[in-house]
Write a new protein. Structure first.
Length: 67
């Protein structure tokens, strides 16, 4: 289990390094990586799960009325 966690962590670090890159090398920069993660991805996931939760609640309410 420890090896799995270490491998997963190192893959995540690699992805962040590719996104952030080093000055003059590949990547989009540290600021853009943060914007993508914390301004786009995280709120997008929160909004997606909220919409899915509301949809499921509405569907359950309709199913309870029918049965």
């Amino acid at each position: 289990m420890e090896a799995f966690i270490t491998d997963l962590f190192m893959k995540c670090v690699y992805i962040l390094q590719v996104m952030g890159g080093a000055p003059g090398e590949y990547g989009y920069g540290y600021y853009l990586a943060n914007i993508l993660i914390f301004v786009v991805l995280q709120p997008g996931l929160i909004l997606l799960f909220f919409v899915l939760w509301r949809r499921e609640r509405r569907l359950r309410k309709l199913l309870n009325r029918v049965s």
